[in-house]
Design a protein around this ligand. Structure first.
Ligand SMILES: [Zn+2]
Length: 481
């Protein structure tokens, strides 16, 4: 009997290993992501949630899964407000006159605005308080460090949020942020109140903002004027695209992986996040084509409404509350096409141990890192608030940071060699997780108080406030009750 069991286990193990090898082999030799991404970025283009292009991308996603023979469906949800910028105009007058390049931040109300431009340096609270009287009813010019990589991005988000919070208190009419990117590159960014923003905010091309700054530093006076054009509206319906490979003996259990379909529309959303959309579609396609049957159900999510506050993934957790316990792991891939060099385990020490074990057959480089800090700002977030073990892929910076949300986030910036490698890693990881023995991935769903303790331990409140999600967690509007 014992020999039989050992033999049986051996057969099962080799079988699972050959499935893994076959899947990774198919992903390695596939070049279809290039074609898919060209369609998504070049033919459909930028995909702001609520736009026609975004709706086209939903149909495109459904069609891709259908063509692969993978079961797929739409999941509708509400986005609270619509905002899409049109052709806003900007001018500087006073001691010098020119028309700077600029864009409005999300939820800046359409209309005419004018006011003096006041230099507040990097926008620290002490700098702002010194200028309190001058700032009332005027525009603050906030300088920035050059941002060339992802670390620069985190620093920029933090600095901008702190400046905005301090400037709101002194009653400014609006804020002009110096763009952090070189060569007059413009990009879109959310304000701290996101959908509830009521303060006009702009990003001015770095070179133009520096021209203003030098002029102000020479004791000259400048007035900033703009006419903001934007299509706005109330709540509207958007859709996630879901697809799944049904499991076998543990099919009630779900391993979910997502990448967001929507983007801002200055560029065409290639690294953020079209590349990873095509990666997930291709993993599903190859699993199906090989006829592989995972033990647990693998669910693929092309999230929508991510950029405005991860509305699609939030809605998913709300609509799946009754089977949330069956979600054994939720993963997000949203940091471009640079090589994946680790995983964020989002404040769960127990998940670090599980992942070390799960990943071992993949024979990853010893430098592959499990980084146990909570990532706020993408679609893992509402799963974290539900206490579900969740992962976010950590990538080499590649060209992600400098092109982030910018007009330059286009197809040509995608590193397809890394994307292919990433697809083998992510496909392998998913396969191993979906087939693991129960005792290997036996992680409890965290309770509300365990989640709160994790936030306190990891000092996450400021990041959550920066993305306007702290209050909704505290009031239990969002997350586990
Ligand atoms: Zn993204």
């Amino acid at each position: 009997m014992r020999t039989v069991i050992v033999f049986f286990l051996f057969v099962q193990l080799t079988y699972a290993q050959s499935d893994l090898k076959n899947l990774q082999g198919a992903l390695a030799s596939s070049t279809i992501m290039e074609k898919d991404l060209r369609e998504l970025c070049d033919e459909i283009g930028g995909r702001v949630t609520g736009s026609e292009a975004n709706e086209k991308s939903v149909e495109w996603g459904l069609q891709k899964f259908q063509e692969a023979g993978v079961m797929t469906w739409k999941q509708s949800f509400k986005v609270p407000v619509l905002w899409m910028e049109g052709a806003s105009t900007f001018s500087i007058s006073g001691d010098i006159e020119f028309d700077p390049l600029a864009v409005a931040k999300y939820q800046t109300a359409p209309g005419d605005y004018t006011g003096k431009l006041i230099n507040v340096g990097m926008g620290s609270e002490s700098e702002i308080l010194k200028l309190e009287e001058q700032l009332k009813g005027n525009f603050a010019l906030v300088s920035s460090e050059l941002c060339l990589d992802i670390d620069g991005l985190f620093a920029e988000y933090t600095q901008a949020a702190k400046a905005e919070m301090a400037l709101r208190k002194v009653g400014v009419k609006g804020i002009v942020f110096m763009a952090s990117r070189p060569h007059k590159l413009l990009y879109r960014f959310i304000p701290t109140k996101v959908t509830e923003n009521d303060l006009p905010q702009f990003i001015m091309a770095r070179e133009d903002a520096q021209r203003c700054l030098r002029t102000l530093q020479a004791d000259k006076e400048l007035t900033f004027s703009t006419t903001v054009h934007a299509e706005i509206g109330g709540a509207f319906t958007s859709d996630n695209v879901l697809a799944e490979i049904e499991g076998t003996d543990l099919k009630e259990e779900i391993v979910i992986i997502g990448a967001h379909l929507d983007s801002w529309a200055l560029g065409t959303g290639a690294n953020d996040n079209g590349c990873n959309v095509t990666m997930l579609i291709n993993i599903a396609r190859q699993i199906k084509a090989l006829g592989l049957k995972p033990r647990r159900t693998i669910r693929f999510a092309l999230w929508n409404g991510e950029e405005q506050g991860y509305f699609g993934s939030w809605a998913y957790t709300k609509q799946n509350l009754t089977n949330m316990d069956e979600h054994k792991m939720a993963m997000s891939v949203d940091i471009g096409s640079g090589e994946i060099i680790g995983l964020f385990t989002n404040g769960r020490e127990d998940l670090v141990e599980v992942m070390e074990d799960i990943l071992s057959p993949l024979e990853l480089d010893t430098s592959f890192a499990l980084i146990n800090v909570p990532i706020i700002g993408t679609d893992n977030f509402d799963f974290m608030l539900q206490g579900i073990p969740n992962l976010v892929a950590a990538h080499k910076p590649a060209s992600y940071g400098v092109n982030y949300h910018a007009s330059s986030d286009t197809y040509d910036k995608v590193d397809f060699k890394s994307l292919s490698k990433n697809s083998q890693l992510v496909g392998g990881l998913l396969w191993l997780y979906a087939n693991a023995d129960d005792d290997k991935i036996n992680l409890p769903r965290h309770t509300r108080s365990e989640i709160q303790t994790m936030f306190e331990k990891t000092d996450t409140e400021f990041s959550m406030r920066m993305f306007n999600v702290w209050e909704s967690w505290i009031s239990a509007e969002r997350g586990r009750k």
